[in-house]
Design a protein around this ligand. Structure first.
Ligand code: ADE
Ligand code: ZN
Length: 329
């Protein structure tokens, strides 16, 4: 069963784990009113036409994240749920620009996450790191400032900053604009990943590789439109972090069976399964694995292959990777 295999979750927006009851609990602690009478009324709005329509609510809801405590509460709840899902290692995304614009500093964000990461290690044996994402639909100079601020905050706090990522609205926002920011991040020793080929074309995937030096592609399901690009990803062992329930809920496909999941696997790509924004998309990692198992009839050895891929695709230290691989059949 999925839960017995050690999975690495490599595409998880921590703000996308903000469940409606937690939004209400944090707002109540802060003495703030919400424009909804109850969590159920908010949850009823979780019907999305596309990525931008989801992002609007996602950015609005994260307004309840204001203090170190709030970020720790958020991430504690995620780690408890991820443990039940069989997650052994997480590389979580965070969107610092969406918080700094509300006056919440990068230090506050990283400290809160660091507290939860330390607790998850002690309570569940889960290892974790942080990937700070550039909001691609915002100006480049803002991304430059975010990079400086997270590097400084990680230096001061010792928070486990692993990498830089690229997210938010994709169509019309090609990766190359952020080449300079990603260059500087690499010089500072950070890993580089990028969302590409979710709603945007396969060309954005090539650009993410060529101009940002992306080591992993988040989503990437549209690469199949470009066989030459597929051959390159296979040759260079560039992983794809696929998020099946997200693709359905954001209407990239109408039904999960329409995802080219088998085609991606059969092409020899290093496919991993992840949950993206589980509070919004109907499920955590175990739910995503169950969904692809159901839709594509994955055999046990194919499920083990997905777990193995997730370990290989992770930025975990080599000793940790060996330990996790040792737990696979
Ligand atoms: N931010 C949070 N979730 C995202 C997604 N699925 N794509 C792009 N940006 C995001
Ligand atoms: Zn994502």
């Amino acid at each position: 069963m999925a839960a017995a295999l050690p999975f690495c979750e490599l595409h998880l927006h921590i703000e996308g784990t903000l469940e409606p009851p937690t939004i209400f609990a944090l707002a109540a602690e802060q003495g703030r009113a919400l424009p909804y009478a109850a969590p159920e009324e908010l949850a009823a709005r979780y019907e999305f036409a596309n990525l931008p329509s989801f992002l609007e609510l996602y950015y609005e809801n994260m307004g309840v994240l204001r203090s170190e405590h709030d970020f720790a509460v958020l991430a504690d709840a995620y780690f408890a749920r991820a443990h039940r899902a069989g997650v052994a290692h997480v590389e979580l995304f965070v969107d610092p620009q969406a918080h700094s614009e509300r006056g919440v500093t990068e230090r506050t964000v990283l400290r809160g996450l660091q507290r939860a990461i330390d607790d998850a290690g002690a309570r569940f044996g889960i290892s974790a790191g942080i990937i700070a994402c550039v909001l691609r639909d915002r100006p480049v100079d803002e991304a430059e400032r975010m990079l400086d601020a997270v590097l400084a905050a990680a230096g001061e706090t010792g928070a486990p900053l692993l990498g830089i990522g690229l997210d938010s609205a994709e169509l019309g926002f090609p990766p190359h604009r952020f080449a300079g920011v990603f260059d500087r991040a690499a010089e500072a020793g950070l890993h580089r990943v990028a969302h590409a080929g979710e709603e945007g074309p396969a060309d954005y995937v090539r650009e993410a590789l060529d101009t940002l030096g992306a080591e992993r592609i988040d989503h990437g399901i549209r690469v199949l439109e470009d066989p030459e690009l597929v051959a390159r990803l296979v040759r260079e062992r560039i992983p794809l972090t696929v998020c099946p329930l997200s693709n359905v809920r954001l209407r990239v496909v109408d039904r999960i069976e329409e995802l080219p999941f088998r085609e991606l696997l059969d092409a020899g790509l290093l496919v991993t399964v992840n949950s993206d924004d589980p509070a919004y998309f109907g499920g955590y990692l175990d739910d995503n694995l169950a969904a692809v198992q159901g839709a594509f009839g994955l055999a046990d050895d194919e499920l083990s292959r997905l777990a193995r891929n997730s370990v290989e695709a992770s930025f975990a230290p080599e000793a940790r990777k060996r330990e996790l691989l040792g737990r696979l059949p």
